[in-house]
Design a protein around this ligand. Structure first.
Ligand code: ADP
Ligand code: ZN
Length: 519
């Protein structure tokens, strides 16, 4: 007789109890049923197919798009004495043949395979002759054309269902807003599969968003409260990764860079140090993190705005997998918004795709600007209702103040108009504050009526005003040229005095320090 799921969980994996929906999923799949599993990163998806693989006769075929991750999983399973192997392009012909023989001889519990490999006629005919226990489709959102990881081969995975209708299938993903969930079910013909939707909440992660002033300084202040702890700092570009890592190292922080442009061995060695040593801070582009299973990552810091809430949530989800208090910290300014809008506009994507990317970016900006509990906003994005305030985000801990910025907004908008709708915020703020720079004189902006009308507010407050005017759609960014600001249609009502503008007050230095020093 086979062991029970609970017994195997302890004996093989060494875990005392199932988490969340794991138990229900394992039973359901082990009994031969289909499942669609939506679980946040770090939620424990792997067990949902690894245990049924051991409970059912035959081998579980795991489709995974990430070759690096495959090898890690196989290594980890072998350490637990589970008979696992993988087939992908990194194996030479001999090694691949050995794996194939093991497969046919029934000597494997789990076989990880890349989708393009799985779909070859050769492999499919091998499967005809092998005892298959189940199919697991990991990272199932790759089937969605609108997701950021679209893999055309995923669309063809319906062949599994058509060719082996009796074999149960389990599809898993961490990146699923409701439309993507529907698309996964449809594309993989899993409409009849039971859905297991775990809460995406990560209660031990504290969310904070600060206005970008001097980003590196702000990062350093934030890191002071996390001395000796492991963490990830995300930057948008490779160059910024290098510079930031160097800057931190120069300030006594054990920081290492990681990006796709580095030599493979340097990259691998930095990743190894991050995984093995204590208290390493890895500064990386989003190339870093897929399949990184380090439980005690204490913080994830974003120096630049990510592209979507899903991306942000997946990246911050790498913090605190061990359940201990952790932080997700983001430094965000108007420049980020301008840059990302330009990147979308200037990409080769078609108009529909661009619209979608703008929508996703706007949702993330909405998160950054929100005065509500951050957790509520994040979870709402995944279709989850979180009724209470979480008490563990900056907005809950230091409720932001709104101020009547109608007059300031009007000054800012007229400054945009009077200067010809082609300058960026830095120059506009200079004009408003009565600056005497060469540029101001060169354009004759010192002779405008708006010159100096905003001297009552400091530059930091003005930055907050301009950023929020863009975020709220009162100003547009010129995405073809240099990112100058233009009046949006909606600004008219404000200029005519028909609409008031309430904005979030930018936290003062003292408050920022307090929030940086954490709990
Ligand atoms: P995901 O694939 O959903 O991101 P993993 O399957 O990699 O998550 O699991 C994340 C971490 O949680 C791993 O370190 C794993 O060992 C651990 N884990 C999973 N299930 C349990 C459990 N029931 N009890 C304790 N730890 C668990
Ligand atoms: Zn909150």
């Amino acid at each position: 007789m086979k062991a029970t799921p609970e017994a195997l969980l302890q004996q093989v994996f060494g875990h005392a109890a199932f988490r969340g929906e794991q138990a229900a999923i394992v039973h359901h799949v082990a009994e031969g049923n289909d499942a669609l599993v939506l679980m946040p990163t770090g939620g424990g998806k792997s067990l949902c197919y690894q245990l049924p693989a051991l409970l059912r006769d035959g081998v579980a075929i795991v489709v995974s798009p990430l070759i690096a991750l495959m090898q890690d999983q196989v290594d980890a399973l072998r350490q637990l004495d589970v008979r696992a192997a993988c087939l992908n392009s990194t194996l030479d012909a001999d090694a691949a043949r050995t794996v194939e023989q093991q497969l046919l001889a029934g000597e494997l519990d789990l076989l990880y395979v890349a989708p393009e490999r799985l779909l070859t006629p050769r492999f499919l005919s091998l499967l005809d002759r092998a005892p298959v226990a189940l199919f697991a489709i990991d990272e199932a959102h790759c089937v969605s054309q609108w997701g950021h990881d679209f893999r055309p081969e995923y669309r063809e995975l319906t062949i599994l269902h058509e060719r082996w209708p009796g074999v149960p299938r389990i599809a898993l993903t961490a990146t699923a807003d409701p439309p993507t969930q529907r698309e996964i079910a449809e594309r993989l013909q899993l409409q009849d599969a039971q859905r297991f939707v775990n809460s995406f909440d990560r209660p031990n992660i504290r969310y904070t968003v600060v206005q970008k002033e001097n980003a590196r300084r702000q990062l350093l202040d934030f890191l002071q409260a996390h001395r000796g702890q492991a963490g990830i700092v995300y930057c948008l570009s490779r160059r910024k990764v290098e510079e930031t890592a160097e800057f931190l190292a120069g300030h006594g922080i054990d920081a290492l860079p990681y990006h796709a442009g580095m030599a493979a061995d340097a990259r691998a060695s930095n990743q190894r140090r991050f995984l093995r040593d204590d208290g390493v801070v890895i500064v990386a582009t989003i190339a870093f993190g897929m399949g990184i299973d380090k439980p005690d990552v204490r913080f994830v810091a974003h120096m630049d705005l990510p592209k979507s809430i899903e991306g942000y949530y997946q990246e911050t989800g790498r913090a605190g997998r061990d359940g201990e208090p952790s932080e997700a910290w983001m430094c965000y300014g108007l420049g980020d918004l301008v840059l990302l809008r330009q990147m979308i506009e200037q990409s080769d994507s078609g108009p529909e795709r661009k619209r979608l990317e703008h929508r996703k970016l706007d949702a993330l900006v909405g998160y950054c600007e929100s005065m509500r509990c951050r957790r509520q906003v994040l979870l709402a994005n995944f279709g989850e209702d979180y009724p209470q305030s979480c008490g563990n985000c900056d907005n809950c801990l230091q409720p932001p103040e709104a101020w009547d910025a109608t007059e300031a907004a009007r000054k800012a908008l007229s400054c945009v108009y009077r200067t010809g709708q082609r300058f960026g915020a830095a120059h506009l703020i200079d004009v408003l504050r009565g600056g005497e720079s060469e540029r101001i004189h060169q354009f004759g902006h010192d002779r405008l009526g708006v010159h100096g009308v905003g001297a009552d507010l400091d530059a930091r407050t003005w930055r907050g005003v301009f950023r929020q005017l863009v975020a709220h759609g009162l100003l547009d960014v010129d995405t073809e040229g240099y990112g100058g600001l233009r009046l949006a249609e909606a600004s008219r009502a404000v200029l005519k005095g028909e609409q008031t503008v309430m904005l979030r007050r930018v936290a003062g230095k003292r408050e920022r320090e307090r929030s940086a020093s954490g709990r």
